[in-house]
Write a protein that binds this ligand. Structure first.
Ligand SMILES: Nc1ncnc2c1ncn2[C@@H]1O[C@H](COP(=O)(O)OP(=O)(O)OP(=O)(O)O)[C@@H](O)[C@H]1O
Ligand SMILES: [Mg+2]
Length: 274
């Protein structure tokens, strides 16, 4: 593998050349609006494409509508206007090609780890023994082997987050929507998760839509970053960090190209702070 970072200033889709990521869009958000009952306008005509097989991050101020947009893509809540297409088909509700890792874990407190992880498969009518075998594999994969029969209240916040991740991976969806999936873990675990996420993106052919509040994390893991403005949010910039993944994460984090992208995003986002 190419070691460390290859050059690269951030590129925006507004630059004349080179073109943005060539992958076809797996998710297309077209002029989507969302006004909640009570009149809060979370989104107003946002349009955004998400390239297939890549990781795209939504980065923006708290309350700008990131979770709202993920839920609309997932089909969990309806948009007030506009359309979302996944793999060319318009979203009308949840579907097996999309999986969601929630900001607040959303585990079933009365169900064991293995049942939580197997839940998506249970909904699809997969036989008990088969879904438990699949769930066991994913539980091991996120480092929770031995905790299959525990309940959510017996786990730490980070462990619960791993259960949420295992549940999303178990259904083998094409598109994985992740809402701040690493926010409850310590820095060491977070970095380990980031490496594992990069491996998933590289090896599984899935498309990831990721939300984080950490600019560093976004630059480290993303193929593409959509910067969002305050509510009702619009896309203020598209940045493709072009980090060449090497085998020395520490060196990448000290590299000036990486740090320049972090700084540039900070310069844009700090205007949205109160
Ligand atoms: N169910 C709801 N009913 C009414 N208003 C809502 C609802 N859910 C979200 N909102 C409002 O919509 C706006 C966007 O919320 P959303 O949760 O999408 O933001 P976010 O970008 O995910 O924020 P954070 O970074 O803090 O998670 C906020 O003003 C919020 O108060
Ligand atoms: Mg949110």
């Amino acid at each position: 593998m190419t070691p460390n970072i290859a050059a690269a200033a951030p590129r925006r889709t507004t630059d004349p050349a080179p073109p943005p990521l060539a992958a076809r869009p797996i998710v297309e958000v077209k002029s989507v609006s969302k006004t909640y009952p009570g009149g809060i306008e979370a989104l107003n005509g946002i349009s955004l494409d998400f390239p297939e097989g890549r990781l795209t991050t939504l980065l923006g101020p708290s309350g700008c509508g990131k979770t709202t947009l993920l839920k609309i893509i997932a089909g969990l809540i309806p948009a007030s206007g506009g359309q979302v297409f996944v793999d060319g088909r318009e979203v009308k509700g949840p579907g097996p090609e999309r999986a969601f890792v929630f900001q607040d874990f959303a585990l079933m407190p009365w169900a064991s780890v293995i049942r939580n992880v197997a839940f998506g498969l249970e909904l699809r009518g997969v036989a008990h023994s088969e879904r438990e075998a699949i769930a066991e594999r994913h539980i091991a994969r996120v480092g929770l082997k031995g905790f299959e029969r525990k309940y959510p209240h017996e786990l730490s916040g980070g462990m619960r987050q791993r259960v949420g991740l295992a549940r999303a991976l178990a259904v083998d969806a094409k598109v994985v929507l992740m809402d701040e999936p690493f926010s409850a873990v310590d820095e060491q675990t977070r970095r380990k998760f980031q490496e594992e996420l990069l491996e998933l993106v590289a090896n599984e052919g899935k498309s990831f839509i990721f939300v984080t509040h950490s600019i560093e994390e976004a630059v480290y893991v993303s193929d593409r970053i959509a910067l969002l403005s305050r509510r009702p949010s619009r896309v203020s910039a598209i940045i493709e960090p072009k980090i060449m993944r090497g085998d020395d994460p520490d060196k990448i984090r000290r590299d000036s190209a990486y740090l320049d992208v972090v700084e540039e995003i900070w310069q844009q986002l700090k205007h949205y702070l109160d």
